[in-house]
Design a protein around this ligand. Structure first.
Ligand SMILES: Nc1ncnc2c1ncn2[C@@H]1O[C@H](COP(=O)(O)OP(=O)(O)O)[C@@H](O)[C@H]1O
Ligand SMILES: O=C(O)C1=C[C@@H](OP(=O)(O)O)[C@@H](O)[C@H](O)C1
Ligand SMILES: [Mg+2]
Length: 174
């Protein structure tokens, strides 16, 4: 196993769980969105406004490619739309063990409400969440480790990842 790569819809807890998982595994975390923002010197809403979603997706793939090349083992947390580009799925599958987080629409709405940093959820959050969840249905299912996060604390999600048979196997094969 090289990197541990977290995928999942917005608000499933990737960034937050990734931080705790990295601490527990004794490695560093790298968040794809944070790296895009750092490299561009601009916020995600700003990038969506000026370059559109297509521009953001190009940057996302470029930065993902760079991140997986790093020699140190990392927990890489992605943005929810990374799976919309087949090229990204290929990069992730080649670079480590992919872990997908899931949550019910109501849980997602509760977790993302009041955060203006997700341009794709502008407007009526619940309508946007349900529409995008429908469009992306099945796109996260390729991950060998799939975790439902509803009703679990962040630590419980970390434990569920670490104890998952596919995660254990990937670690043993390292
Ligand atoms: N298991 C959980 N239980 C309760 N709240 C959570 C959980 N995981 C994440 N959160 C909260 O939900 C919000 C979105 O989490 P975040 O890590 O940014 O999600 P993502 O990166 O998948 O969009 C944050 O406020 C975070 O604290
Ligand atoms: O689902 C998406 O298309 C996006 C998810 C966001 O990341 P989080 O999933 O961490 O919120 C961020 O990459 C951007 O706003 C687009
Ligand atoms: Mg995130």
């Amino acid at each position: 196993m090289k990197h541990v790569i977290l995928i999942g819809f917005m608000g499933t807890g990737k960034t937050t769980v990734g931080e705790a998982l990295a601490r527990q595994l004794g490695c560093t975390q790298a968040d794809l969105d944070d790296c895009i923002v750092e490299q561009a010197g601009r916020s995600i809403p700003d990038l969506f406004e000026t370059e559109g979603e297509a521009g953001f997706r190009l940057r996302e793939t470029q930065v993902l490619r760079d991140m997986v090349q790093r020699v140190e083992h990392q927990v890489i947390t992605t943005g929810g739309g990374v799976v919309t580009q087949p090229r990204n799925i290929e990069i992730m599958q080649e670079s480590g063990i992919v872990v997908a987080l899931f949550a019910r629409p109501e849980t997602i709405v509760e977790r993302v409400s009041g955060d203006a940093n997700r341009p794709l959820l502008a407007g009526d959050v619940e309508t946007r969440v349900r529409k995008l969840l429908h469009e992306r249905d099945g796109l996260y299912d390729f991950a060998p480790v799939r975790i439902q996060t509803d009703g679990k604390t962040v630590q419980e999600v970390v434990d569920a990842i670490i104890e998952h048979p596919a995660f254990v196997t990937a670690c043993l094969c390292d």
